[in-house]
Design a protein around this ligand. Structure first.
Ligand code: ZN
Length: 290
């Protein structure tokens, strides 16, 4: 049996083929250019394999309601050229196999959930955030993806502003100073005029950003009570996660009990950015077992 995985990111696509043990048999990645070129490359890749089912974890927002005529589309994305792209419909022309369609962060959250159930950890509810070019979050609750009228958009929640950051307007084209507008990768350049990679770990901007991310963790903790919160994405690093834990502890103020923060707010368990690929394999496999 062969399972297909597409992690469709705003910067790059990662396509992979896995076996029934969810081990990667082959993998390729290429930059996300126009929908025409990128989807064509994707089809060409999978034509080399005889996959039984496929799961796509895509940047969004996307339409996940099967009852919608736009099911399978990338919808209101600000990414140039990709608005209203019929992703699933395009692939279905070439592959007559079951296809699962979800968001990139849902795919990653599912991969972390699978990893947890395969290990001794056995956490059934968790939330995965990515902090990179954009910010997104997905949750698995009791082993299931959530959302009725759409998928969660946890990156666009509103947060209380840091007193040292009031002059910064935020960069979200929809909400200005939502979480994404205040902590996504491009905010380094917008605030400081330099790329994130050039910002010292001791720069105060990290404290400001940790304050915002910790607020989102607090809301998630209070709303969903997940077993753990995972932080991935290019902006995330160990020093930043440590700051976020400290801010979170201060904000929670022992109101409710959470696991030891070293185990509760963590970086991904699946190595080499493989969470979404593992999640896709498991979701593609599930399609064959329904
Ligand atoms: Zn926003």
């Amino acid at each position: 049996m062969l399972l297909g995985s597409i992690e469709a990111g705003g910067t790059k696509f990662v396509c992979a083929v896995g076996n029934e043990n969810y081990q990667v048999q082959d993998q390729v990645q290429f930059p996300t250019t126009t929908p025409e070129e990128t989807l064509k490359k994707t089809v060409e890749y999978f034509k080399e394999f005889n996959i039984d089912s496929l799961s796509i974890a895509s940047f969004g927002p996307i339409e996940i309601r099967k009852s919608s005529p736009n099911y399978g589309y990338i919808t209101t994305t600000p990414k140039p050229g990709w608005k209203n792209t019929d992703f699933v419909g395009y692939l279905k022309q070439f592959f007559k196999i079951p296809v699962f369609w979800t968001t990139d962060v849902n795919g990653s959250a599912y991969g972390e959930y699978v990893m947890s159930t395969l290990s001794n950890e056995k956490i059934n509810s968790l939330t995965y955030y990515t902090i990179g070019t954009g910010v997104g979050g997905g949750s698995i609750i009791n082993g299931h993806l959530i959302g009725e009228i759409g998928h969660p958009e946890m990156g666009h929640v509103l947060v209380k502003r840091h007193p040292d950051d009031l002059k910064f307007d935020g960069i979200c084209p929809y909400h200005h100073d939502c979480l994404e507008g205040l902590v996504a990768g491009p905010t380094f350049e917008a605030r400081l005029g330099v790329k994130g990679s050039q910002v010292s770990p001791t720069n105060h901007v990290w404290d400001i950003m940790a304050y915002y991310v910790a607020q989102a963790m607090l809301q998630t903790t209070l709303t969903l009570r997940p077993g753990k919160i995972i932080l991935g994405g290019g902006v995330t690093n160990e020093i930043f996660v440590k700051k976020i834990r400290e801010e979170f502890k201060r904000l929670l103020n022992d109101y409710v009990q959470v696991p030891d923060l070293e185990r509760y707010i963590v970086m991904p368990s699946v190595k080499n950015n493989g969470s979404a690929t593992l999640g896709n394999f498991a979701l593609a496999d599930k399609l064959l077992k329904i």
